[in-house]
Ligand binder design. Structure first.
Ligand SMILES: *Cc1c(COP(=O)(O)O)cnc(C)c1O
Length: 433
């Protein structure tokens, strides 16, 4: 088997995610044969550093020995069991640990199998919790401008990246957007929070929840803001009886420098959504954590019809939960958050250099996420694609978002590998100017 053969067989039968398939007439599809640590290897023996953690999911490298071992153990014991009426050890242990590790007050775990479906769960739970309280008019969700919460219709409705949303507008829920802080300054945080408060003053009786990506808007081109915004909107939500939903699908599990981004602001959301890094990048799994207060609103006699009748076939899959427990073991045993601070510093120091390039507009960093914004090239030039191709030719997987190049590597990356990734990006940007 070689790259070419697999690529042709693929294009005969596959339709790839988030892709104009015609691009693959010229753009090489890359079949991956195996992976280890930060490296992906194709069928022709080329190796690529996975600088984007395979769409932001991988934490401790590919085919991680410890997670492999724990997954194999679980495979011999229990692969999956229905989670309605039944339970298992991995899901109980995982839930106990998540309740302990997440912000104080989050006490109950509801599982699903990907980020988008967990968003749906949180939206429905928020609306339903108000309804169970006798509040029938809270039919609107508020989200931030430039936000991204996934691709299913509910998640798309609260998102604000027009590239993904526009086509489906007639199908979507009507939602309200309030401005995201324009930059990382505390002034921008205060200004955006006061705009949200203005909205609450006029419409709070109709608003069920504010949903946001804490600190970093991922698919919205790694837009970053100050943690004071979270402090302020938490307080405003409390005053106006609006839930706060924290979508930590991307920023959770150490990406921002704390285990969870909400911890930077020392706040507890009413709903916390986790997925991507939850299993270390091994298997699909997501979870919505909420408070006992919310949980209690659904707890009553069957005939009161207040139960949350939502389910997914693979809810709480045992193999995925085993990977999640193994991932949490690594956090616990290897002092990862501390080690990440050192790596983040190394990346931050090297990031400064990009400002030398005349086509770089700005740089930004939050913990283990670094981004470089290029000057506004017209979209038709597809500058991101140029950088992507340059990276591949030089052994690095970069996948820019429009004019923004970013690094979000697995936490096991070495200084030499960081050097290689950032030098490749530097040369790629230089080659454009
Ligand atoms: C990726 C992502 C989602 C959607 O998760 P999927 O597993 O891709 O459905 C939701 N919110 C954020 C912030 C994400 O980055």
């Amino acid at each position: 088997m070689n790259n070419l053969e697999l690529k042709q067989r693929d294009l005969d039968v596959l339709w790839h995610p988030c892709t104009q398939m015609k691009d693959h007439e010229t753009l090489p599809l890359i079949p991956i044969k195996k992976a280890e640590g930060v490296y992906l290897e194709d069928f022709d023996g080329n190796r690529y550093i996975d600088a984007i953690s395979s769409w932001w999911v991988n934490l401790f490298g590919h085919t991680n020995k410890y997670i492999n071992e724990k997954l194999k153990e679980q495979l011999e014991t229990l692969e999956h069991v229905i989670l309605a009426g039944f339970t298992h050890e991995q899901v109980v242990r995982l839930s106990e640990r998540l309740v302990k590790l997440t912000p104080e007050g989050l006490a109950k775990c509801f599982y699903s199998d990907n980020g988008s479906s967990a968003i749906e769960v949180a939206l429905k739970m928020s609306y339903h919790a108000h309804l169970n309280d006798g509040k029938k008019d809270k039919n609107y969700f508020v989200s931030l401008t430039n936000s991204y919460h996934g691709e299913t219709l509910g998640a798309l409705s609260v998102g604000d990246v027009q590239l993904y949303k526009d086509t489906y507008k007639p199908l979507l829920l009507e939602t309200i957007q309030t401005p995201v802080p324009v930059d990382m300054s505390i002034e921008a945080a205060k200004k955006a929070a006061s705009e949200f408060e203005l909205l609450c003053k006029s419409r709070s009786s109709e608003i069920s929840a504010l949903i946001l990506e804490p600190l970093v808007q991922g698919a919205g081109s790694m837009h970053m803001y100050h943690e004071e915004f979270l402090v302020l909107v938490r307080e405003i939500c409390n005053r106006y009886d609006i839930h706060l939903i924290a979508d930590e699908v991307m920023v959770g599990f150490g990406r921002t420098g704390e285990l969870f981004a909400c911890q930077k602001a020392n706040i507890t959301p009413d709903f916390l959504i986790l997925s991507k890094g939850l299993t270390g990048g091994y298997l699909p799994l997501s979870v919505v954590l909420t408070t006992n207060e919310i949980y209690a609103k659904f707890y009553c006699g069957y005939n009161e019809h207040k139960a949350f009748l939502h389910s997914h076939s693979y809810t709480g899959n045992a193999l995925a939960c085993a990977c999640a427990n193994a991932t949490l073991d690594i956090f616990e045993n290897e002092n990862i958050i501390e080690k990440n601070r050192v790596i983040a510093k190394v990346m931050g120091d090297k990031l400064e250099r990009f400002l030398e390039l005349e086509n770089v507009k700005s740089i930004r960093q939050t913990g283990m996420i670094c981004a470089i914004e290029l000057k506004d090239y017209p979209a038709e030039l597809r500058i991101g694609l140029v950088v992507y191709n340059y990276g591949l030719q030089n052994g690095v997987l970069l996948r820019p978002l429009g004019n923004v190049i970013y690094f979000m590597p697995p936490y096991i990356i070495t200084n030499e590998e960081i050097d290689k990734v950032m030098q490749t990006a530097y040369d790629a940007i230089k080659s454009i100017s």
